[in-house]
Design a protein around this ligand. Sequence first.
Ligand SMILES: Cc1cc2nc3c(=O)[nH]c(=O)nc-3n(C[C@H](O)[C@H](O)[C@H](O)COP(=O)(O)O)c2cc1C
Length: 398
Amino acid sequence: MNPHTRKCRLRPERLHLTHPPSLPRSNPLPYTLPHQKRLPKMLRSKLRSIAPHAQFPLIVNGPMMGVVSPALAAEVSKAGGLGFVASVLDVSAGSAQLSKLEEDIKACRELLRNHVDLTPRLPIGISFLTSHKSIGLFKETALPIVRAHKPLAVWLFAPQESIKPHAEIIAALKGLETPPTVFVQVGHLTAAREAVRDGADVVVCQGSDAGGHQYVRGSGVVSLVPSVRRMIEKEFPDKEVILLAAGGISTGDSVAATMVMGTAGAVMGTRFTVANESSYPEFRKEMVLKTTDGGTQTLKSSFNDLINNSPVWAHISHTYDGRAIIGPLHERFMSGSSLEECQEALHTEYTEDEAKKVLSTWAGTGVGLVEKAQPAAEIVREVREEAVETLKRATELI
Ligand SMILES: Cc1cc2nc3c(=O)[nH]c(=O)nc-3n(C[C@H](O)[C@H](O)[C@H](O)COP(=O)(O)O)c2cc1C
């Protein structure tokens, strides 16, 4: 070890964290829960069964529309993470998005062919935003694609609240001869309970620091993960559900922090937006790299969807909103202009091209930690190694 690094390490004595005589070091902490001893072992073996190619902790890219290329997803899986291709919204018969999904899956298969075992399931995930009006057609249009291509995982997010389609979709997926592992992304405890009841294998706890879309009534990852874990232990003691964290996580030390709370790893979106293989437009990548303070320079608000009447999100803005990088129109809105005034300004003061540039650069609060473009595989390895190192160092604090 580099002697300099050793010198800089945080020693418990320096932090005044020595144990008081009333709590000897060898005593179990008063708040230790019975499950905590078996948790790491359970997580590893469960992870091996659901994603045999993957390494622990699991690093996953969010299935970002307009960002994830087949090359990005394939590189994430090659590096021992789990790569998801971009989400599909429209599952109507003949949907161009479903054709694109099939092309993406085929491209991933080619890219992975000589690198990982492709059987029995292709080590790639696919994803559906389940708020679209076509979602009732899932079994007729999307399920055959899952049956034919056998992806390792299917991710569901943003269910239409009035329809609640996930239970039926998950039952159909689980009925396949080679069923995928089902990921459901949630933003609060109630949605997590519903996801477990519906049959999710992996619950992605998406905190409100996340980039892109999320629950309006979301909570931060630090309270969401332990709440969900306790709920599962209490209400579903026989289920072994894997938890992943998402939202504001751009580095290995953040991943490590969520693992201490019981996750098997994390989903990152913003960090992958600037990956070399990402299809996020160059001007958006530049904005991500230029943004240094995710707290003051991003905004989670339905303003992001209502300002340009997003065809995907505006009609469900009471349930889901998004976090994006702040531009001049956001500043105007936050200084007191009404939504209507901002919409008017958008039409009269900006060309179509300029409007694109000041809106919809989705990014989480961890954006300031994203400092350079890198190959996706390098991101996966770097974050995983940093998480492991952080966990090792953390034991020195006690
Ligand atoms: C540019 C961008 C696009 C996104 N698109 C999707 C999407 O299409 N489907 C989805 O389920 N989540 C999407 N998300 C959310 C991610 O799944 C994930 O929850 C989020 O990126 C995690 O937060 P982080 O960006 O702070 O890492 C998107 C996020 C970003 C930043």
